[in-house]
Design a binder for this molecule. Structure first.
Ligand SMILES: [Mn+2]
Length: 502
């Protein structure tokens, strides 16, 4: 039996309360807190993983690590943990790709240091600042292992991290695997276990987000949390892939710049083109989560990520790209370059449509598979529109003059009868309101709304009350009242079309 006191014997450091985990803070994940209360059972998971036995003839891997002005200590912590905690015969080499660092110690001193290590470590240099995507491609091309494992430059591999990843690829070369990402504090460098109860998703703005692993995925594994989780997306920094398969499915989109969007692009591509993407819950790698990116992006962060996300949306998302475009005003003005070779790749590999992905891989997606409307919700009497006012989860939804520009006034009335804006749903938990925005839970309940296309009313089913215009006390929030049939309780659900998209 495992208990907290024996945890360090399992190799994952001390028993910690992980609720202040910066990974969750950065990603705004209130839902995670709940999952993280399963701390005790996670310790049992760690120990049950330790009893697993892996074949000795697993494929070899090259570990490819891209860095740009990385600190000596974090870079070498990564390298030494790979060497010390990987079976020697499974580790082909380490490939360090320098993306045009300026620090002197990363030049000759690094090269002479790694020469003395007992595993071949190659340092290759980008001639100019190229970004993560192109640097990884160069590292992959220079590597020789049967599997390529990409790591960030500020990681710590734990004991036993590699075997469970390679075993999945040996079983099926089209399986792409990620470890659980443990959290290394960027203040104290203390080590905190990550959760096996969250997996990768994304919101309408195409930001990667962690969401709770849904019940259907727990059921598929018959409750055995040592089995890998099928994840809709990967965070991007840490994964292993069969090197030939990486080529077959089109590596990365080399038309993307620097960083951003490439993790969703490869995730969609893996699933839509016949592969599988998993989080292997018995493999743990720590990662230093930083509060902000320390790098400057040539041309500005926003423009690069918008360009990359447009390429992602245009190549893979079919008509569902409209969720991204409508909630991101201005993004359609960003030039995304030539995507013909990526569309050609999609045809050649006979990849499935995005609707298939939503239906089969990510039925709990924040983008609804079926919906009645995507646009504004306008009050007939006041001509004002529901507006999320850029407020956050757990705050009240607002109401404001309609601007017809999408963004904060975009709502979708879904086939499940939710009113959604991004990954939040309108929710009423007591009579007469207020109407708040909570994480969509897909369980109907307080998030169930009945729209009557004749009476134009939005009935909140649980309270049997109707959505109404703002009250006198607060002119910037809608109210919820007994249904009267008045014009202030009538709403038009309009599909907004942004002309420049089409
Ligand atoms: Mn990182």
């Amino acid at each position: 039996m495992c208990n907290c006191g024996k945890l360090s014997a399992c190799g994952y450091g001390d028993c910690k309360d992980v609720s202040s985990n910066p990974q969750e803070r950065n990603l705004g994940l209130a839902a995670l807190t709940e999952a993280l209360t399963f701390t005790k059972s996670r310790f049992d998971l760690v120990c049950r993983c330790k009893t697993k036995v892996y074949a000795d003839n697993l494929p070899t891997t090259s570990v490819v690590i891209v860095f740009h002005n990385e600190a000596w200590s974090t870079l070498l912590r990564t390298v030494h943990s790979v060497i010390n905690r990987s079976p020697r015969h499974m580790l082909e080499e380490i490939v360090l790709v320098d993306d045009a660092s300026e620090r002197d110690f990363l030049k000759r001193p690094l090269e002479s240091y790694v020469k003395k290590l007992k595993v071949p470590v190659h340092v290759i240099r980008m001639e100019q600042r190229s970004g993560l995507i192109r640097a990884r491609l160069k590292g992959a091309a220079a590597s020789k292992g049967q599997v390529i494992t990409f790591l960030d430059a500020h990681c710590e591999c734990t004991v036993g991290w590699l075997e469970p990843l390679l075993a999945r690829i040996k079983a099926d070369r089209r399986t792409v695997v990620c470890p659980i990402i443990d959290v290394i504090s960027d203040d104290t460098f203390e080590y905190m276990a990550g959760s096996d109860m969250t997996y990768g998703g994304f919101n309408w703005k195409l930001n990667f987000r962690w969401y709770p692993v849904p019940q259907r995925e727990m059921d598929r594994r018959k409750g055995d949390r040592t089995l890998p989780v099928r994840t809709p997306t990967m965070a991007g920094g840490l994964f292993s892939i069969d090197r030939d398969y990486f080529q077959e499915i089109g590596t990365y989109d080399a038309g993307m710049d620097i960083w951003g969007g490439e993790n969703l692009e490869i995730s969609f591509r893996i699933w839509q083109c016949g592969g599988t993407l998993e989080i292997v819950t018995c493999s743990h790698v720590g990662h230093v989560f930083r509060k902000a990116t320390p790098y400057t992006f040539p041309g500005g962060t926003g423009q690069i990520i918008n360009k990359n996300n447009r390429r992602l949306a245009e190549v893979w998302m079919d008509e569902f790209k409209n969720f991204f475009y409508i909630i991101s005003p201005g993004v359609t003005k960003v030039d995304y370059g030539d995507i013909s070779s990526r569309l050609g790749l999609r045809r050649k590999l006979q990849c499935k449509p995005f609707s298939w992905y939503l239906e089969n891989v990510y039925p709990d997606s924040q983008i609804p598979r079926h919906y009645f409307s995507l646009g504004e919700i306008r009050n007939v009497e006041t001509n004002q529109c529901l507006d999320n006012m850029a407020r956050k989860e757990n705050e009240k939804v607002g109401i404001f003059n309609c601007h017809g520009m999408g963004g904060n006034q975009v709502f979708s009335y879904t086939a499940n009868k939710e009113i959604r804006t991004d990954d939040l749903c309108l929710d009423v938990s007591k009579l007469n309101g207020p109407v708040t925005m909570l994480k969509c839970h897909h369980l109907k309940g307080n998030q169930l709304w009945e729209y009557d296309p004749v009476k134009l009313t939005l009935l909140h089913v649980n309270s049997n009350q109707c959505l109404d215009k703002a009250t006198e006390e607060d002119s910037q929030v809608p109210s919820i009242r007994d249904c009267t049939g008045s014009r202030s309780q009538q709403w038009l659900l309009r599909n907004v079309t942004l002309p420049e998209i089409f």
